[in-house]
Every structure is written in structure tokens, then in C-alpha cells.
Ligand binder design. Structure first.
Ligand code: BEZ
Length: 277
């Protein structure tokens, strides 16, 4: 299992008096805010495209396509790519780029042996039922198809999570009740892929310190909405300022440049088929 939180059943860990249904409303994605604070996500995703090694004419599913920045790269490489994402706002942004994109829930994919490859960048750590997603990818792939992905891995943003945990606990809240992220080890995710029948060609977790375009507060506002679901809106500014000051000694350099303590889980797996058993 990953280093972070129990998945699939967190309810028992939440003291009843403090319980907030942080998962009833998913994280929201504002395409303008995402473009300003998170364009590095796609920019740093090119090594995953390289690992995918897409060929012109291939039919590819981009799982968690966001605003379509990498989907567009795959399309420009001559692939017939369909982007799917849980966020309607992000799908609208992807469609504005002229891409084929639709809203879909990664835990309930309904495609049947349609794709030569499923590609996913910076999405799988948001999925609370990893086996359901892996099942859906398996069904979506043609025999012989490949599943190539990258997401946050074990220890990803450990310092940021620790600071969030301290600020929440100072307010009597339990981080596990609101943590939406699942940061798996290579052993955990590899075992899940193999259990479904995939042949795992490569899988690893590695550190990738990630320079941020702004401060960590902007990063938190973009990615860490869930942690503030139990905090009244009048208290959110103070909460964010406290987390930022807690992190400053570790993540901000003398020139005021912030770097997030990302790790990546990166893998390439094959659904066996004729010719590649
Ligand atoms: C990511 O997009 O890779 C990411 C998002 C939230 C937390 C950690 C990583």
C-alpha cells in the first residue's frame, strides 16, 4: 500500500464530531487558475509521452486529460486521441483546443477493447479506487495494448501534507478525513496491475522536486481544496498563510522561489495479446 491514506474506506477514521464529507464534492478545476498555476504538469509530462512511444494512427485514451495540453501533443503526433476527465470545465477547455474529449469517471470507464494505448499523466493519485480504474483501463484496451502512466508516488508532497496536517490538527481536524490523494509505492501499484493480468514492463517511484510558478499558497489553492472543506471560508486565508509560513524554511529558497517535494510513480504495462504474450 502507499504511504498516505487508507483508500476506499476512510469513514471509520473520522471522529464523528469532526466528520466532514470532504468527498461528497470533488475538487474543482478552474481552467484559468490551472493554466496560471499548473501548466508545469503538462510541461513535465513529456517523458511519459516518450515512454508511451505513440505511433501515428494509433487510437489512444488520455485518462485525466485536464485542459488537453498533452492530449494536443498526442494529436499533433498523428494519434487519434480521446481525452476524458471528471471535470466538465477542463473538458470544455480541451474541446476549445479542437480535441475530442468527454467527461468520464475513471473508476467507471465503459470502453470495450477500443484503444491501442491508455495514457495517463498526473491523475491516478486522485483515484480512490485504483483497482476499479485499472479494471476499466484493462477493458478499454485491445489485446496487446499498453497502459502508460505517471502520477504522484509514495512520499509525494510529504512535507506539504505534514504542514497541512499540523494546521488541520491545530483546528481539531484529522487530515485523513480530507486527504484525497493516494500515493502508491511501485510495489503496491505493480501488484495491482499484475493482479489484473497486465505484464509490467517497468515501474518505479523517483523524487522530482518541482519548481512552482508562484508560491506554495497558489499551489494549495489549485490542488488542495479538499483540505479546506471543513474550514469556514472566513478562516481559509489564515489557514493558507499558516501552512505557507510553516513550509517556507523547507520549500522556499533565498530568492523566494518555491519548489514542491514531488515524487513520481511511472510505469509501462501491457495487456497480453497475440504476439506479445
Ligand atoms: C500532481 O499533479 O502531480 C500532484 C497533484 C497534487 C498533489 C501532488 C501531485
Amino acid at each position: 500500500m502507499g504511504d498516505s491514506n487508507p483508500i476506499e474506506d476512510r469513514s471509520g477514521t473520522v471522529p464523528a464530531a469532526k466528520a466532514v464529507d470532504a468527498f461528497a464534492m470533488p475538487q474543482t478545476w478552474d481552467p484559468d487558475r490551472y493554466r496560471a498555476n499548473a501548466s508545469f504538469v503538462a510541461e513535465l509530462g513529456m517523458p511519459v509521452v516518450d515512454l508511451l512511444a505513440p505511433m501515428p494512427g494509433e487510437r489512444i485514451l488520455d485518462l485525466g486529460c485536464g485542459d488537453g495540453a498533452l492530449t494536443a501533443k498526442l494529436a499533433a503526433m498523428g494519434c487519434q486521441v480521446l481525452g476524458v476527465d471528471a471535470s466538465a470545465a477542463q473538458i470544455e477547455a480541451a474541446r476549445k483546443l479542437g480535441l475530442d474529449a468527454q467527461v468520464a469517471d475513471a473508476e467507471n470507464l465503459t470502453f470495450a477493447e477500443e484503444f491501442d494505448a491508455v495514457f495517463s499523466n498526473a491523475t491516478l493519485h486522485w483515484i480512490r479506487k485504483p483497482d476499479a480504474a485499472i479494471d476499466g483501463v484493462w477493458r478499454a484496451l485491445k489485446p496487446g495494448g499498453r497502459f502508460v502512466g505517471e502520477c504522484g508516488g509514495a512520499d509525494c508532497v510529504a512535507r506539504i501534507r505534514a504542514a497541512l496536517g499540523r494546521a488541520l490538527s491545530a483546528r481539531g481536524q484529522d487530515i485523513q478525513a480530507v486527504n484525497p490523494w493516494y500515493f502508491a509505492t511501485a510495489e503496491d501499484y505493480g501488484a495491482r496491475l499484475r493482479a489484473r493480468g497486465f505484464r509490467v514492463e517497468s515501474i518505479l517511484v523517483f523524487p522530482r522536486p518541482t519548481p512552482l510558478p508562484g508560491d506554495v499558497r497558489a499551489w494549495l489553492e489549485t490542488f488542495a481544496e479538499n483540505f479546506m472543506k471543513g474550514i469556514p471560508s472566513s478562516g481559509r486565508g489564515a489557514f493558507l498563510a499558516e501552512v505557507q509560513e510553516d513550509l517556507r524554511p523547507d520549500l522556499c529558497d533565498a530568492d523566494g522561489k518555491w519548489t514542491a517535494d514531488y515524487t513520481r510513480l511511472r510505469f509501462r504495462a501491457i495487456k497480453p495479446g497475440p504476439g506479445n504474450l
